[in-house]
Design a protein around this ligand. Structure first.
Ligand SMILES: C[S@@+](CC[C@H](N)C(=O)[O-])C[C@H]1O[C@@H](n2cnc3c(N)ncnc32)[C@H](O)[C@@H]1O
Length: 207
């Protein structure tokens, strides 16, 4: 389960994230949320994107229980019970084929709390499960080659690495390289409050 400060952050960042989702998403579609945590985002986005069916998932059993408890009282018709999904698994869904496809795969604040290998795993799974015109959206703090790192991000990175050397903020160029290797490309970058980025990834378009 994410600690309390992640829960506070979720309540804060859901507003600017929703503003971008309303800009970049069509009226309707189906979404898979990776690393749903407490389900705060699932509830908020399902409520404010009524044309979307939202499927939350997480690797952590407590996160799934908390999400389902939250959603059970929400009365929202467009959000499904949370499913267990570890991005590191070669196969994200049991019983394939058929392989489910999503118009949106949304992953917020996971890349820096998971080992680096989770980035390649996320990109691989997204490339397999995104619909043709689908979007992978990742959100969180990143380092960028040509942007001076904010002190808050440097401090956060140091704290993450102090608790677990395999955690830490990721470099956007490294993330983009993993995306590229499975046929995804960075389509749009939005700078959001508190030095976070919302990144939209799509399948490569051949000219
Ligand atoms: C910081 S919390 C973010 C929760 C939520 N997305 C948010 O922004 O509030 C990180 C989440 O990543 C999940 N996670 C970590 N490794 C994962 C993996 N390999 N596959 C799926 N989820 C993972 C954790 O269980 C946790 O719920």
């Amino acid at each position: 389960m994410p600690p309390a400060d992640f829960r506070i952050a979720s309540d804060r960042n859901k507003h600017p994230i929703l503003e971008v989702l309303l800009k970049v998403l069509p009226e309707q579609g189906n979404a898979l949320e990776i690393a749903c945590g407490t389900g705060q985002h699932a509830q908020w986005f399902a409520q404010h994107l009524p044309g979307w069916q939202w499927l939350p998932s997480d690797v952590d059993a407590d996160a799934l229980r908390t999400t389902d408890a939250r959603l059970a009282t929400s009365g929202l018709p467009n959000v499904l019970p949370a499913i267990a999904l570890d991005v590191m698994n070669t196969s994200w869904f049991a019983g394939e084929p058929p392989k489910p496809h999503f118009d949106l795969i949304f992953c917020c604040n996971m890349l820096h709390v998971a080992p680096w290998e989770a980035c390649a795993a996320l990109m691989r799974g997204a490339a397999l499960h995104l619909a043709v015109n689908g979007r992978l959206i990742t959100y969180g703090p990143y380092f960028e080659d040509d942007v001076l790192a904010a002190q808050s991000n440097l401090d956060f990175d140091r704290d993450l690495r102090a608790t677990n050397a395999r955690r830490g903020l990721r470099h956007l160029t490294d993330v983009a390289r993993e995306a590229q290797s499975v046929g995804l490309a960075l389509h749009a970058r939005y700078a959001l409050p508190s030095n976070n980025l919302l990144l939209v990834w799509t399948h490569h378009r051949t000219p």
